[in-house]
Every structure is written in C-alpha cells, then in structure tokens.
Design a protein around this ligand. Structure first.
Ligand SMILES: Nc1ncnc2c1ncn2[C@@H]1O[C@H](COP(=O)(O)OP(=O)(O)OP(=O)(O)O)[C@@H](O)[C@H]1O
Ligand SMILES: [Mg+2]
Length: 542
C-alpha cells in the first residue's frame, strides 16, 4: 500500500474550448491527480504517445478531428488501446451518437451540463483502478526481481541447491548441483530425490518425508548434518546438508543445500593421521627414554631366574643321587643288618646334601623363578601394548590396569628415589583408547619422577566421583612456579635441559584426555610438589 501512495496517475482532458478545460480542472483538482490538457485531437494523441493515463475525458464535438475520430485512432494504437475513454457530450443520451461513441471505444459518458460529483466519482474509479494496476505491476516486478535474485544466487552458489516437492520429486536443480552430482537438470527434474543419495539412505529419507508430511516436523529439517551424496557415475561423496521446508498454498516443498566436503574430509583425515603420528612419535620417544630402565627391569628377574635355575639344577642332581642310592641299595637288603647299613648310608648322604634345607629351598626357588618370569611377561606385555598404535575404536577397559602398566614401564626411573603410594579404588570399565590413556599416565609419572631430585613420594590414586573416573598423581617434587602454570600444556614448553625434554608430554596428555571428553587439572606449589588429576567421563564421551 505504501507503494500505491507513491503512484500519481494522470488524467487527460481534451476539449477545444479553454473554458471547458478550466471547468473540468476545477472539478477534478481535489482528486490529487495530475491533469494534462489538450485542446485538439492531435494534441491529445501526442500526449498519449508519451505517457500513460488513468482515463481520457474526451469532448465529442471538436473542430477538425472530433472526439470519435480521436478515440478511433487511440484504439488503433497499441500503446493507448487499453486507456479508458469518457466522452463529454451534450448529446441526447438516446441518440444514435451514443452507439457511435461506444463503437469508437467509449467506456462511459458524461452529459453536459456537468454534475461535479458524478464526474469526480467516475474519474476516480479509473484513477483507483490505475493505482491498483500499478501496485500489482510493481509487486510483480518486485517478485520477479526476488526470483531473479534467488536464481542468480542459486545458480552462482558453490553449494548444490536442490528443491523437491511433497511427493519427493526434484523441482529445482542449480548449476552447482549439476557440477557436483554430474547430472543435467533435464535428467533429474521430476525424478525422485533418492536418485541423489546412496541406497542405504532411501528408507530413512522416505520415512522422514512421510513423518514430516504427517506431523509438520522433521528430525533433520532446519539442521545441518553430514551425509553422503551419490553422483551420476555411481561414486559417493561426503556432503554437508542443510534442509529447509516451506509451504506454498497447502503444499510442502523442501530445499536442500549441499556442500561437497570431500576436500575438508581429506584435510581432516590428514590432520588425524598427523595427530596419530605425533602421538606415536612421542610415545616412541618416551620409550626411548625409558628403554634403559625397562631393560634393567627385565634383566633383574632374568638374573635371578638364571641363578635360581642353577641352584635348582644342583638340588636336582643331589636329589637324584639320594633316590639312586635308595633304588640301588634296596634290592640287596635281605637281613636286618643290610637294612641298617643302607639307612646309615642314606643318613650320611642326607646330611651331606643338606636334604631338609634343600626340600625347603627348592619350592621357594621355583616360586621365585615363576614370579620373575611373570614380571618379565608383564613388562613385555606393557611395552608391547604401549608401543602399538591405538585401535581406531575405543573399548571398555580397566583404568587401574593401565595405571599399573604405566608404573611398570616407569618403575626403574622411580624405584631408587621414590616411595610409591598406590591407592587404586574400584572403577567401572571406562570406554577409551587404552594405549593413549597409558601414554597419559606414563607422561605424568615420568614428569613426577623427574620433578623429584633426590628422594620423595609419589601418590597414585584412582576414584569414581559421580559420573567421572579420576586418576590423581601427586608428587613431593620441586613444584611449578605460578608463571609457568598456564604454559604447561603448550606444545614444546619445557624447563628441562636440551635432550632431556621436548615439552610435548603434557601437551599430548591434555589433547588425549580432551579427546576422551575429559579434563586435566593441575595444582602446584613451588617447592611443595604438584598434583595432576585426570578426569574422564564414565558415560557417552566417545
Ligand atoms: N610433576 C611436575 N612437577 C614439576 N614440574 C612439572 C611437572 N610436570 C611438568 N612440569 C613442568 O612442565 C614442563 C612441561 O612438561 P612436559 O611433560 O610437557 O614436557 P617435558 O617433561 O619438559 O618434556 P617431555 O616432552 O619429554 O615430556 C616441564 O618441563 C616442567 O617444567
Ligand atoms: Mg614430560
């Protein structure tokens, strides 16, 4: 309506007499329209060539070209054919002139003497009509421009824009869609949208469409999600899709914007691969640091297993001697005197080989061997698991076991100077990447050990706190000055001498824990020690 207010229609007044024109002007002046005057048919036709009029008031009787002739020429011209004509005439309404006037294109008559109200009301009908027509024309133009804008945006967009109707058929397919899917519009218009998606999505799509049409609500309408698209050549590509629904009349339509995110996915995969490499690299570096200690941890039991086995072989030889003596002596015993002699021999032998001690020592030596072998087995297992790259999928696993395994790997670094206090509480299985979590505990334990210059304590505890599993590693080491506290987790931040630390340890600790949906907290007081707490959600983090 606002636009209608801006439209000022014009009315053409044609009369050969100046005083008649003035009279018309006086009557119509209050209508707020532009009044254009002409004193002859020719002049009127000239105006009509130049512009649009809401209505022409035409004097029927004029010298030269009269009103009827003027109307005829007007009607003959494309530009003025549609403009309504009101004849102003003094004729008797019933005369034959009326018929002539209608046949030359009049839509109405005004009879002289003119009644101002009648003239005004007749003219204003046409003025309003023109205003309305003009308004509609402007609206149509606006709509066209909007449509053109939409088309321009849709056609030049990098994203595929595909619209469908409520039957699930494609009704619009932009240039980018052609490029991304490899179809020409003629190949897809009117075809089902399922043409553009891999078979495994078809049922879900149909079900979603059905549900939306039934309830007016859809799970994916108005959202952005990652799906797969299907190209004409049958290949799939990852796509990010946002879906909008709109209603025209009482029909629903859908517009999907799809972006081919193959490049982004590739970049993501590369980044993930680099991350995995970094984790693995740091792990191997840590193993490198720990290798000498681990070797020592394996050597130690190996040493006493070997020495115990030496003792066991000696014991075995002596036992064999004792049994053989019995075996060989027994068949010759027929009389009491022979039995006494054999017994004496055995008693001497028992003494010589220290049989009582031997029988007590032997099981103990074997048990030691067993323990040593188990220790070696566990270290090797920890080492093997630790150095393996993690599986892609997280699995439910026992955090306490990971803590134990990490302690085994670091033990040689710690055992000479550290008193270790272990307080492992009961924990439900935590869904995680076990090797990564073990890397976290190894890094924290090694740091704790390195923070203790001489002698100190490390307390490791695990607890369940509500929906979290918490692992706390506290040391009585040198502590961290406040200015370093918020730099600890930066990559390459280290206070250790070149060659001793790379500064990646805590960076990866936090990255891994955050990747599990958890947090790492640190509290420290310079000189008094440091406490790291790893918090992992027990449910639904991965
Ligand atoms: N328990 C701790 N007590 C005192 N300082 C610590 C402790 N843990 C970490 N820090 C400080 O944080 C710094 C960063 O630790 P981070 O584990 O990231 O690297 P790093 O131990 O120096 O090297 P690496 O990459 O070999 O682990 C350390 O250099 C040290 O200054
Ligand atoms: Mg470290």
């Amino acid at each position: 309506m606002e636009q209608a207010a801006g439209i000022k229609p014009a009315v053409l007044l044609v009369d050969d007499r100046e005083e008649s024109l003035l009279a018309l002007e006086a009557i119509l002046g209050s209508l707020g329209v532009e009044l254009v005057k002409a004193t002859s048919g020719q002049e009127a036709l000239k105006h009509l060539l130049e512009r649009e009029f809401a209505v022409v008031l035409l004097d029927a009787r004029m010298p030269g070209m009269d009103g009827f002739e003027t109307a005829r020429v007007m009607r003959g011209r494309e530009r003025s054919r549609h403009i309504p004509i009101i004849f102003v005439t003094g004729f008797d309404p019933s005369s034959e002139h009326l018929a002539r006037a209608y046949s030359s294109g009049a839509v109405d008559f005004i009879f002289k003497p003119i009644v101002p109200e009648i003239l005004r009301s007749k003219v204003s009908v046409f003025v309003e009509l023109m205003k309305k027509t003009e308004l509609v024309r402007l609206q149509v133009e606006e709509l066209k421009r909007a449509e053109e804008r939409f088309r321009a945006v849709a056609e030049t967009a990098n994203d595929a824009i595909v619209s469908g109707d409520s039957a699930g058929n494609i009704i619009h397919f932009n240039k980018a869609a052609e490029r991304i899917f490899g179809y020409a519009p003629s190949e897809v218009l009117g075809k089902p949208l399922t043409l553009l998606m891999p078979g495994r999505f078809h049922d879900g799509h149909r079900e979603g469409l059905r549900r939306f049409l039934a309830t007016g609500a859809g799970r994916i309408v108005g959202k952005t999600l990652e799906l797969s698209g299907l190209r004409k050549d049958g290949s799939e590509f990852p796509t990010e899709l946002s879906l909008a629904a709109w209603k025209a009349g009482n029909q629903y339509f859908f517009t999907a914007m799809l972006r081919d995110i193959s490049d982004r996915k590739r970049a993501e995969q590369e980044r993930e691969a680099m991350n995995a490499q970094l984790l693995q690299g740091q792990k191997l570096q840590a193993i490198g640091q720990l290798a000498a200690g681990i070797a020592h941890e394996i050597n130690n039991p190996t040493g006493y297993i070997l020495s115990n086995l030496g003792t066991v072989s000696e014991y075995f030889a002596e036992l064999t001697r004792f049994i053989r003596t019995v075996e060989e002596g027994l068949p010759g015993v027929r009389a009491a005197s022979e039995a006494a002699a054999l017994l004496e021999k055995l008693r001497a032998l028992k003494e010589a080989i220290d049989l009582d001690v031997l029988l007590k020592d032997l099981p103990a030596a074997l048990l030691d061997c067993r323990h040593g072998a188990e220790k070696i087995r566990d270290i090797v297992k920890s080492l093997r698991e630790f150095s393996h790259p993690d599986r892609d999928r997280p699995v439910p696993a026992d955090l306490n076991e990971m803590v134990e395994s990490a302690i085994r790997l670091c033990w040689n670094e710690l055992k000479y100077k550290v008193e270790l206090k272990k307080d492992l509480g009961e924990l439900p299985p935590v869904v995680c990447h076990p090797q990564q979590m073990e890397q976290v505990f190894v890094n924290l334990l090694v740091n704790a050990g390195q923070a203790i210059p001489d002698k100190g304590q490390i307390a490791v505890s695990t607890r369940r706190k509500g929906d979290e599993a918490q692992v706390r590693i506290r040391d009585t080491g040198c502590g961290i000055p406040p200015e370093n506290l918020n730099r600890l987790f930066e990559p390459f931040f280290t206070t250790k001498p070149v060659g001793k630390g790379t500064g990646l340890g805590l960076y990866l600790v936090r990255k891994i824990v955050k990747g599990h949906g958890g947090e790492v907290d640190v509290r420290s007081e310079a000189g008094a020690g440091t406490e790291f707490t790893v918090r992992l959600p027990l449910r639904g983090a991965l």
